[in-house]
Write a protein that binds this ligand. Structure first.
Ligand SMILES: Nc1nc2c(ncn2[C@@H]2O[C@H](COP(=O)(O)OP(=O)(O)OP(=O)(O)O)[C@@H](O)[C@H]2O)c(=O)[nH]1
Length: 211
C-alpha cells in the first residue's frame, strides 16, 4: 500500500503532573476533552497526520508522565524526539518554575538539536491564574522558543501549538537535507577537479615521454 504521508516525526510532551498534557493531546488528536485526571503511567502516544506547507506529515506524539517516579523511563524517550512541547499550568506557579528543570533535563540527555516550544495551558481558568502571559512570553524568549497560551478544555490554540512545532521540525529537517546535499555537491566538485587534474598530469607526462 502506498504511504499516506511524506514524513514521520516524533514529538514529546514534558511538564509537571496535572498541567494538562494528556488533555491537550486528546483535544488535538480526538477533538475531545475529559475533565478527569488519570495520571499517565510512564508514557503513552497518539498519532495524527497533518498537512504542513503542502507536505503530508505524520506525527507520533509521546505523552509522558509528569510524576517524578517515572522519569527513568521517560528520559529514555528524549533522545528519539525531534520536537518537544514544554507545558506548565497558568494556574500553578510551581509548574512554571519547574520548566527550567525540564529544559535542563533535556539538555543533559540529548546532544542533537531539537525543536522546542513553550505552552502555558488552562488559559480558560482566569480566576485561578498565577502566571501572567508576560511572564510566559519572557521565559519563552529567554530560551528562544515560540510561546502559546492554550486551553484543552476550551480548545484555544491547541492546533496552533502542535502545528507550529511540526512546522519547526519540518523546516529543520529540510535544512539538514539541504546541508547534506550542499556537502555532497562540494565533495563531487572537488572529486571532479582532482580527476581532471590527474588526467592532465598523465597527458603531460605521456607527452614528455614521447619527446
Ligand atoms: N480548566 C482546565 N483544566 C484542564 C485543562 N487541561 C487539563 N485540565 C485538567 O487538568 C487535570 C490534569 O490533566 P491531565 O491532562 O491528566 O494532566 P497531565 O499533565 O497529563 O498529568 P500527568 O499524566 O500526571 O503527567 C484534569 O483534571 C483536566 O481536566 C484546561 O485547558 N483547562
Amino acid at each position: 500500500m502506498a504511504k499516506q504521508y511524506d514524513f514521520l516525526f516524533r514529538l514529546l510532551m514534558l511538564g509537571d503532573s496535572g498541567v494538562g498534557k494528556t488533555c491537550m493531546l486528546r483535544r488535538f488528536t480526538e477533538s475531545d476533552f475529559d475533565s478527569s485526571h488519570i495520571s499517565t503511567i510512564g508514557i503513552d502516544f497518539k498519532m495524527k497526520t497533518l498537512e504542513v506547507d503542502g507536505t503530508k506529515v505524520r506525527v507520533q506524539i509521546w505523552d509522558t508522565a509528569g510524576q517524578e517516579r517515572y522519569q527513568t523511563i521517560t528520559k529514555q524517550y528524549y533522545r528519539r524526539a525531534q520536537g518537544i512541547i514544554f507545558v506548565y499550568d497558568i494556574a500553578d506557579k510551581q509548574s512554571f518554575k519547574h520548566i527550567g528543570k525540564w529544559v535542563s533535563d533535556v539538555d543533559e540527555c540529548i546532544a542533537q538539536k531539537v525543536e522546542t516550544i513553550l505552552v502555558g495551558n488552562k488559559c480558560d481558568d482566569a480566576v485561578r491564574r498565577q502566571v501572567t502571559k508576560k511572564q510566559g512570553t519572557k521565559l519563552a524568549e529567554s530560551y528562544g522558543m515560540p510561546f502559546f497560551e492554550t486551553s484543552a478544555s476550551a480548545n484555544i490554540n491547541i492546533n496552533e501549538a502542535f502545528i507550529r512545532l511540526t512546522e519547526l521540525v519540518l523546516q529543520a529537517h529540510q535544512r539538514d537535507v539541504d546541508n547534506l546535499l550542499g556537502s555532497l555537491d562540494s565533495y563531487l566538485d572537488k572529486a571532479g577537479l582532482e580527476e581532471e587534474k590527474e588526467s592532465k598530469d598523465t597527458n603531460c607526462s605521456q607527452k614528455t615521454c614521447s619527446c
